[in-house]
Ligand binder design. Structure first.
Ligand code: ADP
Length: 448
C-alpha cells in the first residue's frame, strides 16, 4: 500500500480524499495556489506545497509544478479528484512515467472515453445501447443534414471533446441546423481547442441516469447501482438521488450487468461512471466519466462502501474486497450541491463566510472545506459544500433533507440553500416526477 498520496485538487474533494487516506494510515500532501493558503485541505494535510498563483492554469493545472511537488515530498501516488487534471490522459501518463501511481484508470482509457465519439463507438461495440446519431465526427454540412434527416429532428450538435455542458446546440428543425453547427464548433474551439462535433437525436424529456462502476487490475468489475441526476440547470447537475425513482430493480440489474460486462471486456480499472439518458423504458449511453464524480457520496450512503478507499486500493494493485452479491443497496440518498451564488439569478457570490453551522444527526453528511472566517475565492468553481442525507425510504430521506437544510447556516455570502428548500417542498419533485428540463421550467415559472 502507498505511504504517501499527493492530492492534486482543492476544496471539498481534496478534503474528502485526505480523510480516506488518513483512515487508511496514508500520509497526505496538499498542493495549493496562493489563494488557497488557508484552505482546510491545506491545514489538515500532513504536508503542503504551494504550486502557483490563483489562476488554475498556473497552479491546479500546472503539471510540472505538481510532479515536482510529488518528487520533493517523496509521494508515491497522485489522486486527481474531479475536474482539473482528473480526465487529462497526458497527465495520467506523465504521472506513471515518473514512477508514481495514478489513482484512476490508464491514460489510454481516459483518452478513449474523453473523446465522446470514440467513447460512443467503443460502448456500442461492447454491447451498450447508445443515443442514435452520426457514427463519427461531422466534417461537412451536407453530411450533417443527411444524418439529421435520418435520425429525425430535433437533433443536438455536440463537441467530441465536450464537458461541463459546453459545446452543445439543439436544432429543432432543418432551418436551424447550420447555425447550431457553427455555434457548437465555435464554442468547442474556444473551450476545448478542438472543434470536432457530432450529431445525436435530441431526446425530448429523458432522465439522466448514471451507473457507478468499480474495477480492479485482476479482471473484477462490479456496479454500485445508479444515480438520477436529472435536476440540471444549463446541463449542470444541481441535486442528485440514488436510487432513481424512475426505474425498477429489474431494470437496474439489467443495465448494471451490461455495464459490468462492457467494462470487463474493456479491462477498466478504478472508479468510473457510465452516463445514460433514459426515456420510455430505454437507456441510451451518452458518455463515460473516468474519475470520481461530485455526486459519489449518495452511492456511498446506500452501499456503505467508501469509493475513494476502493480507488486507492485498486490503484495499489489490490483486489476488490467484495463481489456483486455483497453490495447492498439500502434505502435512499439525496445530495444537494451548495454553491456560493445567488439562488435566483445564479450570479457568483464569493466573499467571507461570517457564520457557519452545518447540520448533523443520523445519516446526515456534509462534505465541505468551509468554516467561519473562510474567504470563498472568486477564482474557482462555486461549489462550497455538499449536503448528503439518507433515509430508509425516499419519503424519510426527503423529511430528513428538509430538516437538515433548515438547520444549515452559512452567513455572509449568498448560497443555493433556498433553492434546495423550494425543491424539496415541490409536489412534482416529491413524487419523483421530473426529467432533465424540469428544473429549467420550474425556474422560468418562478421568475415569470
Ligand atoms: P457534458 O460532458 O458536457 O456534461 P453530456 O454528454 O454528459 O455532456 O450531456 C450533459 C447533459 O446534456 C445531459 O445530462 C442532458 O441533460 C443533456 N443532453 C446531452 N445529450 C442529449 C441528447 N441527445 N438529448 C437530450 N439531452 C441531451
Amino acid at each position: 500500500m502507498f505511504q504517501k498520496v499527493l492530492i492534486a485538487n482543492r476544496g471539498e474533494i481534496a478534503l474528502r480524499i485526505h480523510r480516506a487516506c488518513q483512515e487508511m494510515g496514508i500520509k497526505t500532501v496538499a498542493v495549493h495556489s496562493t489563494a488557497d493558503a488557508s484552505a482546510m485541505h491545506v491545514r489538515l494535510a500532513d504536508e503542503a506545497v504551494c504550486i502557483g498563483p490563483p489562476a488554475s492554469s498556473g497552479s491546479y493545472l500546472n503539471i510540472p509544478a505538481i510532479i515536482a511537488a510529488a518528487e520533493i515530498t517523496d509521494a508515491d501516488a497522485i489522486h486527481p479528484g474531479y475536474g482539473f487534471l482528473s480526465e487529462n490522459a497526458r497527465f495520467a501518463d506523465i504521472v506513471e512515467e515518473h514512477n508514481l501511481a495514478f489513482i484512476g484508470p490508464t491514460g489510454e482509457h481516459i483518452r478513449i472515453m474523453g473523446d465522446k465519439i470514440a467513447a460512443k463507438e467503443t460502448m456500442k461495440r461492447l454491447g451498450v445501447p447508445v443515443v442514435p446519431g452520426s457514427t463519427g465526427g461531422i466534417t461537412d454540412d451536407a453530411e450533417a443534414f443527411k444524418v439529421a434527416a435520418e435520425v429525425g429532428y430535433p437533433v443536438i450538435v455536440k463537441a467530441a471533446a465536450g464537458g461541463g455542458g459546453r459545446g452543445m446546440k439543439v436544432a429543432n428543425e432543418e432551418s436551424e441546423l447550420s447555425r447550431a453547427l457553427t455555434a457548437a464548433r465555435t464554442e468547442a474551439r474556444a473551450a476545448f481547442g478542438d472543434d470536432v462535433v457530432y450529431i445525436e437525436k435530441y431526446l425530448a424529456t429523458p432522465r439522466h441516469i448514471e451507473v457507478q462502476i468499480l474495477g480492479d487490475t485482476h479482471g473484477n468489475v462490479v456496479h454500485m447501482g445508479e444515480r438520477d441526476c436529472s435536476l440540471q440547470r444549463r446541463h449542470q447537475k444541481v441535486l442528485e438521488e440514488a436510487p432513481s425513482p424512475a426505474i425498477t430493480d429489474k431494470q437496474r440489474a439489467k443495465i448494471g450487468k451490461r455495464c459490468v460486462a462492457a467494462m470487463k471486456q474493456f479491462g477498466y480499472r478504478g472508479a468510473g461512471t457510465v452516463e445514460f439518458l433514459y426515456e420510455n423504458g430505454e437507456f441510451y449511453f451518452i458518455e463515460m466519466n473516468t474519475r470520481l464524480q461530485v455526486e459519489h457520496p449518495i452511492t456511498e450512503m446506500i452501499t456503505g462502501i467508501d469509493l475513494v478507499r476502493e480507488q486507492i486500493r485498486v490503484a495499489a494493485g489490490e483486489k476488490l474486497g467484495f463481489s456483486q452479491a455483497d453490495i447492498p443497496l439500502r434505502g435512499h440518498a439525496i445530495e444537494c450541491r451548495i454553491n456560493a451564488e445567488d439562488p435566483m439569478t445564479f450570479a457568483p457570490s464569493p466573499g467571507t463566510v461570517t457564520d457557519y453551522h452545518p447540520p448533523g444527526g443520523l445519516d446526515v453528511r456534509v462534505d465541505s472545506g468551509i468554516y467561519a472566517g473562510y474567504r470563498v475565492p472568486p477564482y474557482y468553481d462555486s461549489l462550497i459544500a455538499k449536503l448528503i442525507v439518507r433515509g430508509d425510504t425516499r419519503e424519510d430521506c426527503l423529511m430528513r433533507l428538509r430538516r437538515a437544510l433548515d438547520e444549515y447556516v452559512i452567513g455572509g455570502i449568498k448560497t443555493s440553500i433556498p433553492l434546495h428548500q423550494m425543491l424539496v417542498d415541490n409536489p412534482d419533485f416529491g413524487e419523483g416526477e421530473y426529467h432533465i428540463h424540469w428544473l429549467e421550467r420550474f425556474l422560468a415559472d418562478l421568475n415569470s
